[in-house]
Ligand binder design. Structure first.
Ligand code: WT7
Length: 634
């Protein structure tokens, strides 16, 4: 592997030149990839005009970099160890040559079913190898993949499929998830009714269940793959051609389809993986995320594959058949690099030490965390019980929008500091600004985290709505990308992410927009008004709490409202957005202009009753007293 940063000095000089000699730095990095044609300009555009381009003029296919070049060098190296949900089921592995074959077959299937360059293809699958092959096949034929996490509801799936006007929807009959079976095809059938763009549904037979197949629309993917040729010539793509769309929630409105493009994303996913994890030739990497989230895109489907690394892909959940599963999988495949979320760490810690203690775990060298701030207790447990105090922990801060890791230590190269993401990667210029948008100079500092200049992996737009992209990320602090997170910077310039400063809740590392949940609650005929906030939750990081003004003031008339609301939320969004608590209130604190004071609701939900600040300017200060009473009584 070329160009890996291997010392603190090298980090410092790379960081410096990535910002001060950006063109030559990134062109040297880009030289290590396979291109069909070189770029005309390394970087162009800016946040003001929002016309950012990287490696413009270049032609490439990202899958040649993920697969073909490795197949030339090490065809028989294992690319994927696939571990099924049930440990007694058959585990399967694929070499790089075999993955290429599978991806070629899948590419032929896509083309034979009418997929052309630029078409959107939606995946609603579980963590089976065909999801990975399908995603890479889209990239190989030049189609744009949009993966929807298998935990979203039919309605949420329909919204995403319609928004990007997907031509093809790919699913499996059913998914195994711990002890549960998720009827994916059934959910697709329900979702697809309003999705006019979808011409065909390809169904992979995973569980062998009897599922209804609609004549002329639904086809068994297994049959198509079995008949497909295993050679395929990758389609030449422009650097800025879209690679994928991935939906994520924000403060307001419907989920946004963040669109990433080909060359910049490739370089970013690859470089960040290489430098942060420092995986060597014989290492085995495992990221426990689902490909339905950005972590699975950048650090399962692309980053490790671009680096020719061996990785584990896991179909199941951390607690099935019991809470030692993660550690058993680590031992089984001699995992050296393990990447997971704080919520999983906390959940497993809560199951007791015996599960982790009975595992060997001596193969582990590097641990990673992602998705939400990690608390000290979880960090220490991860370090002591899993890493046996000999594995550096990389706390990787980034977002769906950033395409890849932005702030993180480099494993074993730059120091890990408990609960700190630490230092920006080359190319990343973070700034902290106060609420007026003024840059906070010097250390220590605390403020709203922004990024001051374009980087290769950044999303280029929101699919179909460039203006919304500008409004959401580039209008709060003009000239800067606003992350929505707050952060502190210590005396040495290390960043500690403190969490979202907007109306986004981070539940078990999943982003939930408060407005989305409120919209569902407002549909309930007995609800006058509702406000949803996050509150600290021991396992999930944040839980979801709704303050609700019911029509009926008589409490006994509102029995069952909690369960009913959660049924509605599960139907409209998915179980990940279910409420943990509700408070039935007579009134909600509002500003004189009638806006609900969420800041106060958040403090009350957190039990910080004495930190409410000045409430005398509210329209209805007495509402605060009354909700405090209700919360205290819970
Ligand atoms: C939000 C992005 C990045 C992949 C998974 C989530 C939070 C992410 C960290 C971290 C503290 C983190 C932020 C961010 N977040 N990583 N290491 N420390 N917070 O991607 O769904 O786009 O969510 O996750 O609040 O804004 P996402």
């Amino acid at each position: 592997m070329h160009n890996r940063i291997e010392s603190v000095e090298q980090y410092k000089s790379s960081y410096h030149s990535s910002l001060n000699e950006s063109e030559s730095y990134w062109s040297k990095v880009a030289d290590t990839f396979t291109w069909k044609k070189e770029w005309n300009s390394v970087t162009s555009g800016n946040f003001e005009e929002l016309n950012v381009k990287w490696f413009d003029g270049a032609k490439l296919n990202i899958t040649e970099n993920c697969l073909d070049r490795h197949v030339q060098n090490h065809p028989d190296k294992i690319a994927i160890y696939w571990e099924p949900n049930d440990p007694s089921d058959l585990a399967i592995s694929f070499t790089y040559a075999e993955v290429l074959e599978q991806v070629n077959k899948f590419s032929n299937v896509l083309v034979e079913n009418g997929v052309n360059k630029g078409d959107r293809v939606c995946f609603y699958m579980s963590m089976i190898p065909e999801l990975l092959f399908g995603v890479l096949a889209c990239a190989r034929v030049g189609a744009v993949h949009s993966v929807v996490f298998g935990g979203f509801s039919a309605k949420a799936l329909a919204g995403r499929v319609s928004d990007c006007k997907a031509k093809l929807l790919i699913t499996n009959d059913q998914a195994y998830r711990g002890t549960k079976i998720i009827p994916l095809k059934k959910i697709v059938d329900e979702a697809i009714q309003g999705c006019e763009s979808v011409e065909k549904v390809l169904v992979f037979n995973r569980t062998g269940a009897e599922v209804p197949m609609t004549e002329g629309r639904d086809i068994w993917l297994n049959d198509l793959l079995a008949q497909a040729s295993d050679t395929f010539r990758p389609v030449e793509m422009n650097a800025e051609d879209p690679l994928f769309i991935l939906y994520t929630s924000g403060s307001t409105g419907t989920p946004k389809g963040l669109q990433h493009t080909t060359a910049g994303y490739m370089v970013w996913a690859s470089e960040t993986f290489k430098n942060v994890f420092q995986a060597g030739k014989n290492d085995v990497y495992w990221c426990s995320a689902d490909i339905g989230w950005i972590t699975g895109h950048s650090y399962i489907a692309y980053g490790p594959m671009l680096n020719g690394v061996t990785q584990v892909m896991f179909e199941g959940v951390p607690t099935f058949p019991d809470p030692s599963r993660f550690w058993q999988v680590c031992d089984k495949y001699k995992v050296s690099h393990f990447y997971t979320a704080p919520t999983a760490i906390r959940a497993l810690e809560a199951c007791g030490p015996e599960h982790v203690e009975k595992a060997d775990l001596s193969s582990l060298k590097v641990l990673g965390t992602v998705g939400e701030p990690i608390n000290e207790d979880a960090w220490n447990w991860y370090n002591e019980k899993v890493g046996k105090k000999k594995c550096p922990i990389v706390d990787t801060w980034w977002q769906t929008e950033t395409g890849g890791i932005m702030i993180s230590s480099l494993a074993g190269v730059t120091p890990s500091i408990p609960c700190h993401a630490t230092l920006p990667l080359p190319g990343v210029e973070p700034v902290l600004v106060n609420d007026k948008g003024e840059k906070i100079e010097g250390n220590p500092a605390q403020g709203n985290l922004c990024i001051n200049r374009p980087w290769p992996g950044m999303a280029r737009t929101i699919y179909g709505d460039h203006e919304r992209y500008r409004q959401t990320y580039f209008s709060t602090y003009p000239g800067k990308y606003f992350t929505g997170d707050g952060a502190r910077r210590d005396d040495d310039g290390n960043y500690r992410i403190t969490g979202r400063v907007d109306d986004v809740i981070n539940v078990s590392g999943h982003r939930i927009g408060t407005a989305e949940v409120e919209d569902v609650i407002d549909e309930h005929p007995e609800v006058v008004e509702a406000a949803v906030v996050g509150f600290p939750h021991d396992i999930k990081g944040q839980g979801i709490m709704a303050y609700i003004i019911p029509k009926n003031t008589n409490d006994s008339d509102n029995e069952g409202i909690f369960e009913l609301l959660n049924e509605m939320i599960t139907k409209d969004i998915g179980p990940i957005a279910k409420l943990d608590r509700i408070v039935l209130a007579n009134d909600l604190p509002k500003t004189r202009s009638g806006k609900i004071m969420r800041r106060i609701l958040r403090k009350v939900a957190a039990g910080e009753f004495d930190q409410l600040g000045d409430i005398s300017t509210l329209l209805n200060p007495e509402a605060v007293e009354s909700i405090i009473e209700k919360v205290k009584a819970q």
